[in-house]
Design a protein around this ligand. Structure first.
Ligand SMILES: Nc1nc2c(ncn2[C@@H]2O[C@H](COP(=O)(O)OP(=O)(O)OP(=O)(O)O)[C@@H](O)[C@H]2O)c(=O)[nH]1
Ligand SMILES: [Mg+2]
Length: 289
């Protein structure tokens, strides 16, 4: 591991809010290595953002906006240079602040996306995500449901401003890997308890099932994707209009830092996967205006 990222709040000012600048709200996808950030990006865009063959490459943050401009890289000094998506191996993480790419996905009319590298990727310098976090209006933090909300994640999240917490979602990915309804409910309950006051909402999802499902189908709803999109739309609208989203209520002190309970993990994909039926009480409630 490359050690804990040490983000120093106040070191860089966050951008002015989207409501003040008229810019599209910017959603940063964050989380540990392999937590599902790029899969979520593909789900939101309805297509892979990058050529499939670059998934093994260590990439700097990838900032995706609507449009047809050619991709470019922004260096540490703010200088821009053209890049080729087929040759991303040539983009050095050490010299590149972030990559800008453009896509005609309809959802990008509402928001920009920044697909971040994993916060504790052993092959990635700890500060890579810190260089661009100031552009984020909203964070969707992806955490593996089977080992959700580790100390390393909590430490990074605690270093970010409370205003950002209130506009951000915690996504429990890989819910399909947890076998029983009971274990799924237990994980959701624990993480909700440990993160109360730290996110706008905690949402369980199976990104692979959502990708396999037709949008609007029962399988799509059961994957958690429908609830996720409702919540994203609400947050984006609130951020764009300058309404301050509200946090989940504060955690009781003794609830913080409880040891994760073991959960039974699904051994292998099944031919006929069971539907993920999310407990009704954890479905996101509509935000009151
Ligand atoms: N079963 C299951 N697999 C998932 C889910 N979400 C992501 N994956 C898989 O997890 C692997 C890693 O997903 P990515 O989206 O590349 O993760 P990432 O967070 O972008 O990873 P880095 O950019 O390397 O930090 C891929 O093989 C995905 O198919 C999920 O909800 N369920
Ligand atoms: Mg990724």
């Amino acid at each position: 591991m490359s050690g804990q990222p040490e983000y120093a709040p106040g070191m860089e000012e966050f951008d002015a809010p989207a409501s003040a600048t008229g810019k599209r709200p910017c959603i940063a996808l964050m989380g540990e290595f392999s937590a599902g950030k790029s899969t979520l990006s593909n789900l939101l865009l309805g297509a892979p953002a990058l050529p499939v063959n670059v998934t093994a490459t260590q990439l700097p943050p990838v900032w995706i906006s609507q449009g047809h401009e050619l991709p470019y890289a922004v260096g540490m000094d703010g200088g821009e240079r053209d890049i080729h998506l087929e040759d991303l191996e040539a983009v050095s993480v050490a010299d590149t602040n972030h990559i800008r790419i453009f896509h005609d996905a309809p959802r990008l009319a509402e928001f920009d996306l920044i697909d971040m590298p994993g916060i504790s990727d052993p092959n990635m310098a700890a500060d890579v995500w810190q260089r661009v976090i100031r552009h984020a209006d909203i964070v969707i933090w992806c955490t593996h449901a089977t080992q959700a909300w580790r100390q390393s994640e909590a430490a990074v999240w605690a270093s970010l401003p409370p205003e950002l917490h209130a506009r951000s979602l915690l996504l429990l990915t890989r819910m399909d890997k947890i076998l029983s309804d009971r274990d799924r409910a237990r994980v959701i309950k624990r993480v909700e308890s440990e993160t109360r006051g730290l996110f706008n909402a905690v949402l369980p999802v199976s990104l692979v099932r959502a990708l396999d499902a037709q949008e609007g189908s029962a399988a799509w709803d059961d994957s958690g994707a429908a609830d996720l999109l409702i919540r994203i739309d609400a947050l984006v609208a609130e951020v764009a209009s300058g309404v301050a989203p509200r946090l989940l209520s504060q955690a009781a002190p003794q609830e913080q830092g409880a040891a994760p309970e073991p959960v039974a993990e699904a051994p292998a994909p099944r031919a006929e996967p069971a539907r993920i039926v999310m407990p009704t009480r954890v479905r996101p409630r509509p935000l009151k205006s």
